[in-house]
Ligand binder design. Structure first.
Ligand code: BGC
Length: 387
């Protein structure tokens, strides 16, 4: 098994009894020592109606992830830098109350349809469906109460790949306007190589549409360290889905060559960000993944991001045809996250692997239709190393 160099350093630290996970005063109970590999479960609080919510700590390959069954949210992800020093590389809150108070999908599973559906409407087999609208005239990330706000059934698994958390729920027919009873599973595996792998499946009893993703906000230096404008990013794509002023695709696939959207060669996120028009400005674009193979279950390289200071590198691999690069343009400093850090504009970036926005209204886009008898699958891997 190939383990990154920092893994061995971390292992020595563990043997010496050094705890790598940082602590915060308002935080829920933390694991006291990091095991090399495994999972622990803790209460994370209760919803206003009394429903209990749990949080799971997965450790493997030198990486520690915390995931709650509320919204399937990845609340923490501790990754070593080139010196073996860990930092939490995702945005989020210390407590369940932070999430319940409202937030822009930090770490969450978004569905039934990640990204936008124009006018909150689509037609399937001659019937028009009206969805919950929550983004101007459009439906975004599943509507008013999407998968990010649901409590999922959680199952702890031991797999040869590493500890895994299987989340499942049945979204009832008509939920947020979508047809069909949809049985969904999302399995997070923290692999032996320190990657966070996410496998999704879904089946339906009526024709429907779906598009699932994870909406983690990453900052490879750790959120407290500042903005992500100096992170260098490569995206394996030559085109984006061109959009109108409401971020709805026009149907045109626009070439990125020679524009500030071109990340074919690794470039600092901030190098040309000021040239992106619009208010609040910044990247919020769906890239058309060059090596996407319809029907393939093998994830392909989609993006690579490096924080030059810490040396942390994240590679993103997926089976999906698109990835939304979002540079947290709408964070305006009003939300305070873990450890009281103010979440301001460009504090993080998202790489949301998904089908293209508004596909149900574009016959030329890869289809997001799911028929009874078929199984939807999606796999995305966030792979960490340091150099
Ligand atoms: C969208 C943004 C949106 C953000 C938070 C991203 O996936 O592309 O426009 O502001 O999610 O909702």
């Amino acid at each position: 098994m190939n383990r990154p160099r920092w893994f061995h350093g971390l292992l020595s630290a563990i043997c010496l009894g050094i705890t790598a996970a940082p602590t915060a005063s308002a935080a829920p109970p933390r694991v006291e020592s990091i095991e090399e590999r495994g999972m622990t479960k803790m209460p994370f609080g209760k919803l206003p109606d009394g429903t209990p919510v749990e949080i799971f700590t997965l450790t493997n390959g030198g990486v520690t992830a915390k995931i709650t069954n509320y919204g399937g949210i990845v609340t923490e992800l501790h990754v070593p830098d080139k010196a073996g020093k860990t930092a939490d590389v995702v945005l989020g809150f210390d407590t369940l109350e932070g999430y319940l108070a409202g937030h822009p999908y930090f770490g969450a599973i978004t569905g039934r349809y990640a990204n936008r559906i124009a006018g909150g409407k689509f037609t399937l087999e001659g019937k028009t469906y009206s969805l919950a609208v929550n983004n101007g005239p459009n439906s975004l990330h599943g509507g008013l109460k999407g998968f990010d706000k649901q409590v999922w059934k959680a199952e702890e698994l031991k797999t040869p790949d590493g500890p895994a958390l299987k989340l499942s729920r049945t979204s009832p027919d008509g939920e947020e306007g979508y047809p069909g009873n949809l049985a969904v599973t999302v399995t997070y595996t923290l692999t032996n190589a320190g990657a966070l792998k996410i496998d999704y499946t879904a089946t339906t009893d009526k024709p429907t549409v779906l598009n699932l993703t994870n909406h983690s906000y990453f900052n490879l230096a750790g959120a407290a360290a500042g903005k992500i404008l100096d992170h260098e990013i490569m995206i394996s794509a030559d085109k984006v889905t061109a959009v109108d002023d409401n971020l709805i695709p026009t149907g045109v696939l626009a070439d990125v060559a020679g524009t500030p959207l071109d990340f074919g060669k690794s470039t600092a996120i901030g190098a040309r960000i000021a040239q992106i028009p619009g208010e609040p400005g910044g990247y919020d674009h769906n890239y058309v993944i060059r090596d996407y193979k319809p029907g393939s279950k093998t994830p392909v390289l989609t993006a690579r991001v490096k924080d030059p200071k810490s040396g942390r590198v994240m590679k993103v691999l997926t089976t999906e045809p698109g990835v939304q690069l979002y540079t947290a343009n709408f964070l305006d400093g009003t939300l305070k996250g873990k450890g009281g850090v103010v979440y301001d504009k460009n504090r993080a970036f998202c790489l949301e692997t998904q089908h293209w926005p508004d596909s149900p209204n574009h016959a030329s886009f890869p289809s997001t239709k799911l028929n009874p008898g078929d199984t939807y699958t999606q796999t995305t891997i966030y792979e960490f190393s340091a150099e």
